[in-house]
Design a protein around this ligand. Structure first.
Ligand SMILES: O=C(O)CCC(=O)C(=O)O
Length: 290
């Protein structure tokens, strides 16, 4: 009887020591994990994509699910930093092919020779610096336009109400827009919505040759862009973007400290071969009344 009790106690003691050994091991493993987490050597995933947020070129935003109603398999979208002076970014495949074609067809019957805004009177005047044709679409005109405007607001973090209506532009061979600023230096043009703060330029077509958007005052190594060899002479005078159907170029006319940014000087190079269709959205500091 006494022997049995003794054996039982020994077995129980052995069980307890194994159990406490496992507990100690778990405790130490947890401790090591906590230390590694605290030192940032390991981290727990917090999002599905889990991209480092400081690297914008790896930052994929899936804001355009709405475009899926128009296309079954939308191409991949990603954001590329073009320059910090001016602040300029390319959003690849921002518009679907169907959206580009829709905007062109909508605009075609109403295209007129483009004008520029007179800084003294605020009135539109014909000009030799801008030889394209164009028209404006009323803001929120229809469901497809509303969808695009919502996407622009998401991309720029500027409310839809701060935007002018979409302008659709068409450049034929030889047509261009000489370098200019999108911000105004007069009081008349800033009455509605305040200063223009940013521009979103969407390419509705590819262009066989020429038609690039050029930033001649950019603080950048112009020839470092991967598409340098494909650029026209005009485009090589600055930091340039080659039009690609569906891509959007966002650039800021104002710096984060709210001062005007002269490095945002930009123009449309002459089209050498083919046609260029684009759409411009100007965003203001405040609500732009339409
Ligand atoms: O067509 C381009 O590339 C430039 C257009 C432009 O400068 C504008 O619409 O303000």
């Amino acid at each position: 009887m006494a022997k049995g009790k003794h054996t039982h106690t020994r077995a129980q003691g052995k069980k307890w020591s194994t159990f406490s050994l496992v507990l100690w091991a778990l405790f130490f493993l947890t401790l090591i994990l906590v230390v590694l987490l605290a030192l940032g050597i390991v981290y727990l995933p917090t999002t599905d994509d889990d991209f480092p947020t400081t690297d914008l070129s790896a930052f994929r935003r899936k804001t355009s699910q709405s475009a899926e109603s128009l296309v079954e398999n939308p191409p991949e979208q990603w954001t590329e930093i073009l320059s910090w002076e001016p602040r300029a970014f390319i959003y690849h495949n921002f518009l679907s092919k169907e959206e580009c074609e829709y905007l062109i067809e909508l605009a075609k019957p109403q295209m007129v020779k483009s004008s520029v805004v007179d800084s003294k009177t605020g009135k539109s005047t014909e000009s030799r610096v801008r030889t394209s044709s164009g028209m404006f679409l009323k803001r929120g005109k229809d469901k497809i336009v509303q969808n695009i405007e919502k996407r622009i607001a998401d991309f720029t973090f500027i409310p839809e109400e701060n935007g002018e209506g979409l302008q659709i532009l068409h450049y034929e061979v030889g047509q261009k827009y000489e370098p200019h600023y999108d911000y105004f230096l007069d009081e008349f043009n800033t009455k509605n919505g305040g200063q223009r703060i940013a521009t979103v330029l969407m390419y509705l077509s590819d262009v066989e040759e020429g038609g690039e958007t050029v930033f001649p005052a950019a603080n950048a190594n112009f020839s470092s862009v991967p598409w340098w060899n494909d650029l026209s002479q005009c485009a090589r005078k600055g930091l340039s973007v080659k039009p690609k159907m569906g891509d959007a170029l966002l650039f800021w006319s104002m710096r984060p400290d709210a001062t005007l940014d002269p490095s945002s000087l930009h123009g449309g190079c002459p089209v050498i071969k083919g046609n260029k269709w684009s759409s411009t959205k100007w965003m203001h500091l405040r609500e732009y009344k339409v």
